[in-house]
Write a protein that binds this ligand. Structure first.
Ligand code: APR
Ligand code: PHB
Length: 397
């Protein structure tokens, strides 16, 4: 026995993409159901990136989700590029007419979104199972799933795959239509959270002959740090002593600055990949966020691209439901993809400029250093980094 139900927009996945879309649709009077395979606790606990572009902060704030973000988020008006033992500041606000980034963990964004969706009586169905997607090429798409021991058949006008890289929605696009672009990098990041006050108030991206390192933070008491490691490396291979030693060497300056050391409370390896699928729409199925694209974390673009996809899609749906105009829905693929590719380019460039590659020789290293000299030494170079880092504008339909 299956129970037939109906909604306007069915969203698969309760990550930042699916939750924000559901919230923005609700503000426009559009009904949605979010189907999520995992538990609420699991979704709220996943530690991921933590940098919000100016546009991401703006949309969260404008849509009523800025309260804790403005209190606990750390607004940064610059970041540092570090090479040859010296730091070079990129003054984001001065170079972009007052824009900045905000450090606020992705799981905090997810917690705020879930709390708000529940307060607004939104339907977020955690712990759903046997989720399958049907009829996306017809006018009546449908999702089957089990929830609370009951089998449902949910019909909708549109279906949105926000189900991450390993989700089921991208697979609905026939291989004759789907084109994928993929690059797996020959290194990973080992990331830690340490109970230590950040020894510097802005992020530091470090180029070093021993490999890349990143200094970041989560709060005035928690430092977030990463070191480049091998793809087959394991967190257990990195004792606390080895990690602090490596971080100190890679991030330390000629003037003697080193990160503060403290107890390590979380350790994990992040693989590095660039991936894009096109199109991001097939029939009545739309893809948003990691379901359609992955970036290496070097540009801090992952969550921000998910947010910008959803901004474009929610505007398109508003245009359709309020005015019967399908132009936005028709333009979604082009507009979202163009911005995605620019985010991909920036993440790939930052990754290429800052890491050591196994195939690199001394010539390559000099090319990286010359590139870093150029991008930090000229106003044009710094502006290019800054405008990408705070987030490029979103095109209108
Ligand atoms: N049915 C239901 N839910 C599913 C299914 C399925 N078959 N497959 C995956 N999901 C859920 C996952 O459990 C997850 O909660 O979809 C959600 C996808 O969320 P995210 O992976 O967080 O993806 P997205 O919302 O696009 O956010 C992108 O996540 O990986 C980071 O760097 C990335 O910051 C970026 C952000
Ligand atoms: C983080 O704080 O986790 C972080 C910051 C910047 C990045 C990637 C990750 O580019």
């Amino acid at each position: 026995m299956t129970t037939p139900i109906r909604t306007q927009v069915c969203i698969i996945g309760a990550g930042p993409a699916g939750l924000l879309l559901s919230h923005l649709l609700h503000l426009n009077g559009i009904e949605s159901v979010v189907i999520e395979a995992r538990s609420r606790d699991y979704c709220e606990a996943r530690v991921r990136a933590g940098v919000l572009e100016q546009g991401s902060v703006d949309i969260l704030t404008e849509s009523g989700l800025g309260e804790r973000l403005s209190r606990e988020g750390l607004r940064h008006t610059g970041f540092e590029m570090h090479f040859r033992g010296q730091r070079h500041r990129i003054a984001l606000d001065e170079l972009t007419g007052g824009k900045a980034i905000t450090v606020y963990g992705q799981q905090e964004v997810v917690k705020d979104l879930i709390a708000r969706r529940i307060a607004d009586q939104g339907q977020v169905l955690f712990d759903s199972s046997d989720v399958s997607v049907h009829n996306v090429e017809t006018d009546s798409p449908m999702v089957r799933y089990q929830h609370g021991g009951i089998a449902y058949e949910l019909s909708c006008d549109y279906l949105v795959g926000c189900d991450g890289f390993h989700g089921i929605c991208r697979r609905q696009i026939p291989s004759s239509v789907l084109k994928t672009y993929d690059r797996v990098y020959p290194f990973s990041w080992l990331g830690i959270l340490a109970e230590a006050a950040p020894a510097q108030h802005e992020l530091i991206y470090a180029h070093h002959e021993r490999g890349f390192a990143l200094f970041s933070m989560r709060s005035p008491k928690i430092t977030r740090l990463y070191v480049q490691c091998a793809n087959d490396d394991r967190a257990e291979n990195w004792s606390d002593d080895r990690l602090w030693n490596e971080l100190t060497i890679r991030l330390g300056t000629k003037e003697g600055w080193v990160p503060n050391i403290g107890p390590i409370i979380q350790k994990g390896i992040t693989p590095m990949r660039s991936f894009v699928c096109a199109p991001m729409r097939h029939g009545r199925l739309f893809l948003a966020g990691d379901a359609a694209h992955i970036v290496p974390p070097t540009g801090a673009k992952g969550m921000n691209l998910a947010v910008s996809d959803v901004i474009v899609l929610s505007r398109a749906m508003e245009m359709f439901y309020k005015r019967g105009n399908t132009r936005g829905l028709e333009r979604y693929n082009d507009i979202a993809l163009r911005r995605v590719w620019k985010g991909e380019r920036f993440s790939w460039h930052m990754t290429s400029m800052l890491h050591t590659f196994p195939e690199h020789d001394p010539f390559h290293e000099q090319m990286q250093l010359a590139e870093l000299d150029y991008y930090t030494g000229s106003v044009a170079g710094r502006t290019a980094l800054a405008e990408n880092y705070v987030g490029l504008p979103i095109e209108e339909f």
